[in-house]
Design a protein. Structure first.
Length: 261
């Protein structure tokens, strides 16, 4: 699978998935607002708490930690590819020349939090303040992060979006990878997992076709059970026809809130 990621183009990936129609903040049925709504609810229900939030397979994106950065004092972002870690660093250091303007995302999440969209700069500053590291990760390794990257207690919460199924050749590898990241979480910690349903490929750039293990809801639930998670909630989004824009063959998206036993 590592070879499939040669040529991954962060700017193209952001363009394919994180601009309209998939990120249309005026539409209730657009995929990005749906994901942001799920994450906002999960982080504000009161049961997810602690010191450290770790995002597994961040890619070049930040949307997945925009709610969590208000709850946790420390956030670690991770990705397998240096080009993605570079893209994240550029935004965090406010160096300009970023692949995507995250302003509408910051404004939207401020709105979800009952704040004026105009205070988005405060959220951007908060995120820049709490992200302590951007680390390499390999979910196929029994220890996905370098030894000593986390304290022996582990993270209080993990978030991971569209990573495990996009790097696993089959369901067994997906479940193994889930087991590996489970090891990074403290007992009683939460997992927020977002992923593709029924997807067999996506484009990581022009001509960069990456295979994906097609999953259904029952398989996701079985993998969670097998790896020691208790499911709290599973929500499913079905892609409207006009969100099927030719950059993948995804049919739906799942959102999981689970707890490590
Ligand atoms: C579909 S992207 C998801 C990116 C982002 N989380 C999102 O929500 O759009 C899959 C990500 O998995 C990363 N990846 C590839 N191989 C990996 C591995 N062995 N372990 C962890 N992440 C990997 C890729 O670099 C890519 O950023």
């Amino acid at each position: 699978m590592a070879a499939c990621y040669h040529g991954f183009d962060p700017a193209a990936y952001l363009q394919y998935n994180y601009t309209a129609p998939r990120a249309d903040f005026k539409r209730q049925d657009s995929i990005v607002p749906w994901k942001l709504g799920c994450l906002h609810r999960a982080f504000t229900e009161g049961d997810v708490s602690g010191e450290l939030l770790v995002d597994i397979g961040s890619g070049p994106t930040l949307y997945q930690v925009l709610s969590g950065c208000e709850v946790f004092n420390r956030v670690i972002l991770t990705d397998f590819l240096e080009v993605n870690r570079q893209e994240l660093r550029r935004w965090l250091r406010d160096e300009g020349d970023c692949g995507l303007d995250w302003t509408p995302y910051l404004q939207h999440v401020c709105k979800l939090e009952g704040r004026q969209p105009s205070v988005w700069t405060e959220k951007a500053a908060r995120l820049r303040a709490v992200v302590s590291d951007i680390l390499p990760v390999d979910v196929h390794h029994p220890q996905p992060l370098a030894p000593g990257a986390l304290s022996s207690v582990g993270a209080d919460c993990l978030v991971s979006c569209f990573c495990l199924e996009s790097v696993s050749p089959d369901l067994a590898a997906f479940t193994r990878a889930l087991g590996h990241i489970q090891g990074l979480l403290r007992p009683g910690g939460h997992l927020l997992l977002i992923g593709a349903l029924g997807e067999s490929y996506y484009f990581g750039g022009p001509g960069v076709k990456i295979p994906v293990v097609p999953l259904n809801e029952a398989e996701v639930c079985a993998s969670l059970k097998e790896t020691g998670f208790t499911l709290i909630r599973l929500e499913v989004y079905t892609l409207p026809q006009d969100m099927r824009v030719g950059v993948d063959d995804v049919s739906g998206v799942f959102f999981v809130k689970a707890k490590k036993e």
